[in-house]
Every structure is written in C-alpha cells, then in structure tokens.
Design a protein around this ligand. Structure first.
Ligand code: SAM
Length: 230
C-alpha cells in the first residue's frame, strides 16, 4: 500500500435507524468499517460483479493507459481489478474505510494503485495528490447531505481534475431508494450534477440504469459522464 493514513480516533458507533443528518467524519468511518467487516463483499447492497457500464463509460473517454484515474469512495469495488487487468497503471483508490481499502489491497496488491484513506468531504491527504484525468464516483456523492460537504467535495474535484479531464457519477436517481447502507441519501438528476459542477463542465452522456442488488432489490441509478471544457 503506497499511501495510507490511519485515523487513530476510530471507534465503535451505532448508526441510528432514523438518522436524518450526516454523520461526522469519525462516525462515517466507523459506519463503513463496520459495513465492510460485518458483511461479505458479495452480499453488500452495492456489490457489482460486472461493472460493465462503468467500463464502457471509461472506454468512451479514450484515455491512454498511463492516465491518472481516481476512484472516489472505491470501497472494495471490482472496478479496480478490471482497470488493473486492462493495464491502467496510475490508479488511485480512496475511501474513508480502512477495512475496505485493506480488502482491496489484499486482493489486487500495491502495483499500479495508490490507496488513500481520507474523507472526501474534509480532504487532507487528497489535497496533496497530482491532478487526475478521470474522476469516478459510484454511490458515494449521494451520501453527502450537507451543503458544506457537497461544496468541499466539488471543490476537491475541480481542484484535482486536469483541464479537459472527465468525471463519471453513478448515483441513485430521482426515483431511486431513499437510503443506502441504512443511511439517508440525496437522489440526483443530471441537471443537479451539472449545477454542482458548473458551466466549465459539459454533459457528454446520461442514462438511467436499474441495478439489481445482491438481495434482488431494484436500485435505480443515473449514470453521467461530464468533461471539463475550460
Ligand atoms: C455504497 S458504497 C460504494 C462503494 C463503491 N463506490 C462501489 O461502487 O462499489 C459507498 C462508499 O463510499 C465510502 N464513503 C462514504 N462516505 C465517504 C467519505 N466521506 N469519504 C470517503 N469515502 C466515503 C464508503 O466507505 C463506501 O465504500
């Protein structure tokens, strides 16, 4: 693992069922560490055995294999395995869960991947990374309920994305579920994402997709591909 910072304040924390507001950073880390500890990877509600749609969007960007690509809130996604197998050599996997990143690293290894433990809404280590050509977010942004969290996250994307770089979001759409992993989510349309990114980003692709989760539940997502145009 090339870069991991461990939060010494990590502790046990029970997430209340009717939680309406965002958790703080320590609570968030504890929630997700517990999720990845208690449930096998293939049973996680967001587990995708074949991230084909995401791979298709990434291929649509036509990036050289040595382009820096950041997978935000990567969890233990198989997308990393696929990109690694396809020869992408500058991958960054970042998450608030040390457990998820450890699972990822023990599966794929350190070669070609930088693992960064950080909070996307209060970034520290991520502030120091080199700019990336592609930013990928599946089922992460929709947890950021507070305006300040969203602003911090979008500021980070804008700070760390190269000119003419790409951003892919796959979030619960407006008819999607109201919770994920027991936490309330903010559901998105392409217009809402465009508003957050601003006029310097152009929407290249957008479509809805009904993801069937490992329990057989339907989870309607919106997939979007944006490019920075100035
Ligand atoms: C629903 S899972 C999706 C995981 C992965 N993107 C996928 O598609 O399999 C949400 C992920 O976001 C991470 N996460 C949640 N809040 C975060 C934050 N503030 N900063 C960084 N990662 C966060 C969680 O640890 C978890 O891995």
């Amino acid at each position: 693992m090339e870069s991991v910072e461990i939060n010494p304040t990590l502790g046990n924390f029970d997430v209340k069922k009717d939680q309406k507001t965002s958790l703080n950073s320590t609570e968030t880390q504890s929630h997700w560490d517990q999720a990845y500890t208690k449930t096998s990877e293939e049973s996680l509600g967001w587990y995708e055995s074949d991230p084909k749609l995401m791979i298709d969007l990434i291929n649509a960007c036509q990036l050289p294999k040595n382009s820096p690509i950041l997978i935000a809130g990567s969890g233990s996604t198989l997308l990393l395995d696929k990109l690694h197998e396809e020869g992408y050599s500058k991958l960054i996997a970042t998450d608030i869960s040390e457990v998820a990143l450890s699972q990822l690293e023990s599966r794929i290894g350190p070669s070609g991947i930088t693992y960064i433990l950080d909070d996307l809404t209060q970034p520290k280590s991520l502030k120091a990374i080199e700019p990336v050509k592609l930013w990928i977010d599946r089922a992460v942004l929709h947890f950021f309920l507070e305006k300040e969290e969203q602003e911090n996250y979008f500021d980070l994307i804008k700070e760390k994305l190269l000119p003419d770089g790409f951003v892919i979001f796959a979030e619960f759409n407006l008819s999607g579920a109201e919770k994920c992993s027991g936490l309330p989510v903010l559901r998105y349309s392409s217009e809402m994402l465009q508003n957050q990114l601003g006029k310097d980003f152009k929407l290249l692709k957008s479509f809805d997709f009904d993801f069937i989760n490992p329990s057989g539940g339907v989870r309607p997502y919106i997939y979007t591909l944006f490019q920075r145009i100035s």
